[in-house]
Unconditional design. Structure first.
Length: 160
């Protein structure tokens, strides 16, 4: 399975009101390409921040929060995975797409082969994927627009 196939599989599993937080780089760009929706939050430019954003959000909303991150970003934010294990919110799902490289920045090797993310939190899902030569298009929304429409969509669903 490659990145695009993984994103398509995730999108088939989600409900209309599920929230998706996607990691910086190609993961967010692929999600945008496959299915842009107001309840997608594309975490652009802040590696390692998708999991803590999803964790914090899961404490304040009713619906499911799905975080899709890469192995490099997950390694950068290991402390947030430990907090996920401690707090274990039932509405949080973390999916790590592990291809053993920082694909978005040039394919530098990560250290994910030295860790089993499930040792940190048994509910984390690690999907081993192949590196992918295709580069998804850039997200054609400004960070301000992404934040504003996401905030409005989350507010609308949680205040029905």
């Amino acid at each position: 399975m490659n990145r695009a196939e993984a994103i398509i599989k995730i999108l088939k599993e989600i409900k209309e009101d599920d929230i998706i937080i996607s990691s910086t780089g190609y993961i967010s760009r692929e999600l945008f390409k496959q299915k842009d929706r107001k309840l997608n939050f594309y975490m652009m430019g802040s590696m390692g921040c998708a999991v803590p954003i999803g964790l914090g959000l899961s404490f304040h909303v009713k619906q499911n929060v799905i975080v899709v991150t890469g192995d490099g970003s997950a390694l950068m934010g290991l402390g947030s995975l430990v907090t996920c294990a401690k707090e274990a919110p039932k509405n949080l799902r973390v999916i790590i797409l592990d291809n053993k490289v920082h694909e978005s920045t040039g394919g530098q090797e990560t250290s994910s082969m030295y860790i089993d993310f499930k040792d940190i939190w048994e509910r984390v899902e690690v999907w081993n994927i192949k590196t992918d030569d295709t580069i998804p298009p850039r997200i054609k929304l400004s960070p301000y627009i992404i934040q504003k429409r996401f905030k409005n969509a989350v507010y609308a669903i949680n205040n029905k």
